[in-house]
Structures are given as C-alpha cells and as structure tokens.
Ligand binder design. Sequence first.
Ligand code: AP5
Length: 231
Amino acid sequence: MKVYVMVGAPGAGKGTQAEILSERVGLPHIASGELFREAMRDGTRLGEQVKSYISRGALVPDELAIKVIAARLARPDAAEGAILDGFPRTRPQAEVLDAALARRGAHVAAALFIGIAEDALLRRLSGRWICQEAGHAYHEIDRPPRVAGVCDEDGSPLYQRPDDRPDTVRARLAQQLPPMYEVIDYYNEQGVLTPVDGEGPVEGVADALVRAIDSTRLAPRGGRELRQPAR
Ligand code: AP5
C-alpha cells in the first residue's frame, strides 16, 4: 500500500497536483475538503456539522476529519494506496493516520510539501473556479477552462468557493498555517518530507513531484537527507 500526503497552504496547488499525480501513479485522489463540500451540497449531517467551521476559515475538529478519511480509505479503490490532499492538517491527524497505516503494514511513503509565497496564494484563490461535479480546479487567468464557466472534464458548471472570499482566505491562512507547520515538522522528523517549489507552471510542478515520488521508491524510509523548509 502506497500513501502519499500532499501538504501545503490553502491555494498552494494540492488539489491540482493531486489530480495529475493520481493519473500518473494510478492511485485515487482523496481530498478531505471535497468530501466536506460534497456533504454540505447533499445536506447530510456531516455537512451540517462542518459548515460553520469551513465558512469561517477554521479547521474542522480532528475527530470529524479522521472519521471521514478513515471511511474513505476503507473503500476498495484505496486498497493499493491513495494520494491524500488536505489530510492530515494537524499533528494529531498525522499520528492517527500513521497508526491506521501501521495496522495495515503500511506507512506514509512521502509527504509532498508544495511551497509557495503568500501573495501568490491570494492571487490563486481569488481567481479560482471549481466544478460542481468533482471539484476540478481552474483559474480565470492561469488555467482557464476551454469554455468559460464549464468544466473541461465533466461539463458541469463552475462556481467560486464561498471560503475563497478575501476575508475568509486571510482567516484560513492565519488559522491553518501554524498547524500545517507542525505537520511539516512531524514528517521532517519521520524522514519522509519532500519539499517541491510550487510556483512554476502546473506541468513543471507535476514533473518535480513525480521525480520526488520516484526518488522515494529508491530511498529507504527516513534514509533521505532531512531538509528544513523555509518559513
Ligand atoms: P480544502 O478544500 O482542502 O482547502 P485548502 O487546503 O484550503 O486548499 P485549497 O483547495 O484551497 O487549495 P489547493 O492547495 O488544493 O489549491 P488548488 O489546486 O485548488 O479544505 C477546505 C476546508 O475544509 C478547510 O479550510 C477546512 O476548514 C476544512 N478541512 C479540509 N481538510 C481538513 C482536515 N484534514 N482537517 C480539518 N479541516 C479540514 O489551486 C488553487 C488555484 O491555483 C486554482 O485556481 C488552480 O487552478 C491554480 N493553480 C494551481 N497550481 C498552479 C500553478 N502551478 N500555477 C498557476 N496556477 C495554479
């Protein structure tokens, strides 16, 4: 079982890259944020529980996030592994994931940290459009769809996420960056942290991530040079 974790600030490109990696390495893309948005769209109890956290840019409580990801990882398409996008977001989530994988004789193969400057995040999030069907991400300037307002992949309408409004983006960054750095430290200690520059073109970042994944296949766990990411 191979589990890759995408780590990065809101808007760093985790979803965009996880979708590409999913095709390139043949593992499902599991996005915690998309699972929550789906629940909110469907008006489920989970959707009701997470709505107030997401709308104010806060993290959903660990126990809810863990429950949702555990259920998703138990589905048959994840038997060989997964690309996790948006989970773990806190150190306790990372520890629970490690324990769950250990019970299946597995571990996180690499934590792929996409680094990007804060001004670029704001620009990316304010221009982002998402498809209603599956959460495919576009950018009105950098990555426009072929037909305005329509998803290239599944033809569903595109919308702007309410939590991409500037005030909420600032709240997301303020509340979510400190726990993200704890997750980075955790994976650095485990020797599986792999930082990649997220500011180039989408395809260039994807190539760098694939090279990083390939290098983890050659190196033993914890056997790579430990690198301290810039803050
Ligand atoms: P989530 O959906 O995970 O949001 P996020 O982490 O804030 O990440 P984003 O989806 O905003 O950004 P991204 O890094 O995926 O960037 P993208 O590829 O779209 O979570 C939503 C909420 O749910 C959270 O705020 C929290 O409340 C809750 N939540 C989720 N998981 C949780 C957990 N585990 N625990 C607790 N709470 C949780 O790219 C952004 C834009 O940039 C797009 O327009 C894209 O087209 C463009 N772009 C991407 N790459 C490039 C590039 N290289 N060049 C130019 N443009 C690019």
